[in-house]
Design a protein around this ligand. Structure first.
Ligand SMILES: *Cc1c(COP(=O)(O)O)cnc(C)c1O
Length: 361
């Protein structure tokens, strides 16, 4: 062992991120409802683009992502020069921390916020600052109170994972305007497409110089396996992030598939409607079984159990039936299970199995 070889301070304190379980030993035909994936997969147009991309595998990809940025800009009415694409929105989060936060700086996020904010902050050597939520919802006053001269980044996901709750545009604006001048507000819009008519914070970005949003192809677009995300914000910030972005961070395949996917908004609308219908059904079915949940704006429902023991026992029961949901103890919600809204038969199966667990015939 060579104890002279050491990582930067803080790196060894990072707890490894664990993805949603995908298998149960001894059970075949599992239904995975643990990673908020689109049960219908990507659009056919995206799949066709994937097939075509096989002919370009020997070519280096384009480094400026022009074609994908144009498609995103066309679809959402944006300035393509202010779009940055990354290996999932995780990479955009990482760029932000690397570029703006270092030792002695603080990165603020909420109690039940996405684990990647803490990981990326610590990887940059910055100090993670976790702010309490109120009833599993971001609390703007508490966030503002936690900010100071050292605050460089404030992350909130709206809607949030794993709570599914959302704060209003007026509240987000109050947050943006109340931040200290050196802090950037990052609106994580991983689930924005599931909210009918929601712009992900776009109008606020156009109004403020300190707000940026991140978006992903992993959720409603059904492309989590391919790893594509993007960010949109002030030109000055996007210019900084592009300096640390690897020139070939996205492959031809990622670029072409994402472009085809974003141009197929009919498919997105179909998935949004089906998700809303089944989410409503699932939340009601759970409520009838005595399991409350907050109104979810995303593609999952966070079922609240009476105790940690009950949540664990129900999870074990579901696993035996090949139903994999997400335990969210690492999100400080040990008495809850996060259930992704699957297709109709998956929703029925999970509700039925929970009914069995609860002793309902
Ligand atoms: C799933 C998710 C993401 C998406 O991450 P990708 O790297 O784009 O796959 C980002 N933020 C939150 C809150 C999420 O739940």
């Amino acid at each position: 062992m060579n104890d002279q070889i050491r990582p930067q301070p803080g790196i060894m304190d990072i707890a490894l991120y664990e993805g949603g379980k995908a298998a149960v030993a001894g059970v075949t035909n599992v239904i995975k409802l643990s990673s908020n994936e689109n049960p219908f997969g990507p659009s056919d147009k995206a799949k066709e683009a994937f097939q075509r991309s096989v002919h370009q595998l020997h070519r280096y990809p384009n480094t400026d992502h022009t074609s994908l940025r144009d498609a995103i800009a066309d679809t959402h009415g944006l300035d393509a020069a202010r779009v940055i694409c990354g290996v999932g929105s995780d990479e955009i989060i990482h760029f932000l921390c690397q570029a703006y936060a270092g030792p002695k700086d603080e990165v603020v996020f909420t109690e039940h916020g996405f684990l990647m904010y803490r990981i990326s902050a610590m990887a940059a050597g910055a100090t993670p600052v976790e702010v309490p939520e109120r009833d599993r919802t971001a609390d703007v006053d508490a966030i503002l109170k936690a900010c100071n001269r050292r605050t460089k980044l404030v992350f909130i996901a709206n809607p949030n994972n794993p709570t599914g709750t959302m704060i209003s545009a007026a509240e987000v604006e109050r947050l943006a305007q109340g931040l200290p001048p050196q802090a950037i507000l990052v609106l994580d819009g991983a689930y924005a497409e599931f909210v009918d008519g929601y712009d992900g914070g776009l109008s606020l970005i156009e109004k403020c110089s300190n707000v940026l949003m991140t978006r992903t192809f992993s959720k409603i677009y059904g492309l989590g396996g391919l790893r594509i995300g993007w960010g949109y914000g002030p030109k000055a910030i996007i210019d900084v992030l592009n300096r640390i972005r690897g020139p070939f961070n996205l492959s031809n395949t990622q670029l072409d598939v994402a472009e085809a996917a974003v141009r197929d908004q009919d498919y997105v609308a179909k998935c949004r409607a089906e998700n809303a219908r089944l989410r409503h059904w699932l939340a009601l079915a759970l409520a009838e079984l005595g399991l409350p949940s907050d109104t979810s704006m995303a593609n999952f429902v966070l079922a609240r159990f009476a105790s940690v023991d009950e949540a664990e026992a129900c999870d074990a029961h579901l696993q035996k039936q090949g139903l994999i949901v997400r335990r969210v103890a690492s999100y400080k919600l040990p008495h809850c299970l996060r259930i992704t809204v699957g297709d109709e038969s998956s929703c029925r199966r999970v509700a039925h199995a929970i009914g069995q667990f609860k002793g309902v015939k």
